[in-house]
Design a protein around this ligand. Structure first.
Ligand code: HEM
Ligand code: HEM
Length: 179
């Protein structure tokens, strides 16, 4: 629990650091808005770059959290088929279970910071942004179900709801990225 708390605090600090830096850079550049806009075709470059990177961090976190699923389903079969790698596979299975919640929570925090920075960089909401926001909202609801599930892992309905919400989150996130 202490480790989880430290990890979440670290990610929050990182988010605040990135936001503060980009805001400072933006403020320092504010005298040059018109030139800046012409150069970049609208929007603020720093927020957009940091936001893009953090968006990919959210994708990486979501993918890492998702890895619990194939490993649960096929981990044992893999360990039997590849006896030499058995220990490594078991360790990976234990790792994904132990870190699933901190990784999932980080993915949610990254997605929220990404959305905020992208909004700050463009200051407009269109279809791509609305799909992104829907995806973050579903991720937030899935996280609430995830916490409830962590308190009672035998509740199959909570597990199904967690998975269904994340499936929708993933689909919307993919549409959002390819748009
Ligand atoms: C689960 C939620 C989300 C994920 C996983 C996600 C991920 C991404 C990724 C990977 C990119 C491509 C970045 C790049 O080209 O370097 C992107 C672009 C973008 N995202 Fe998100 N995003 C999410 C939510 C949001 C939200 C809530 C907003 C805004 C309110 C938003 C606004 C944008 C915008 C405007 C772009 C295009 C940037 C450009 O013009 O290149 N995203 N997103
Ligand atoms: C993008 C993020 C996430 C993805 C893709 C994801 C995906 C999944 C999947 C597919 C399962 C089902 C595993 C199975 O039954 O075989 C699962 C289980 C679970 N998830 Fe998530 N999840 C995410 C985030 C979270 C978060 C943020 C929390 C908690 C706050 C959470 C808590 C749980 C719990 C407690 C379980 C049950 C694990 C167990 O049985 O030991 N998840 N998740």
């Amino acid at each position: 629990m202490k480790r989880l708390f430290l990890l979440v605090m670290f990610i929050f600090s990182l988010g605040i650091f990135v936001s503060a830096n980009t805001t400072a850079a933006w403020a320092a550049d504010s005298g040059n808005y018109e030139k800046h806009d012409q150069r970049e075709g609208g929007g603020h470059r720093e927020e957009k770059e940091a936001g893009g990177l953090i968006g990919w961090a959210a994708v990486a976190g979501m993918t890492a959290a998702f890895s619990i699923f194939p490993l649960r389903r096929a981990g044992k079969a893999l360990a039997t088929s590849f006896p030499k790698q058995k220990n490594g596979i078991k360790r990976l299975m234990r790792f994904t279970t132990k870190w699933h919640i901190p990784i999932g929570v980080s993915a949610f925090i990254f997605a929220s910071i990404h959305g905020l920075l992208m909004y700050l960089s463009k200051e407009e909401l269109r279809i791509r942004e609305y799909i992104g926001i829907s995806s973050v909202v579903l991720l937030a609801v899935a996280t609430i179900f995830g916490f409830a599930l962590s308190k009672n892992k035998t509740k199959q309905k909570l597990r199904q709801a967690h998975k269904a919400l994340l499936l929708l989150t993933g689909i919307l996130a993919i549409v959002h990225i390819v748009l």
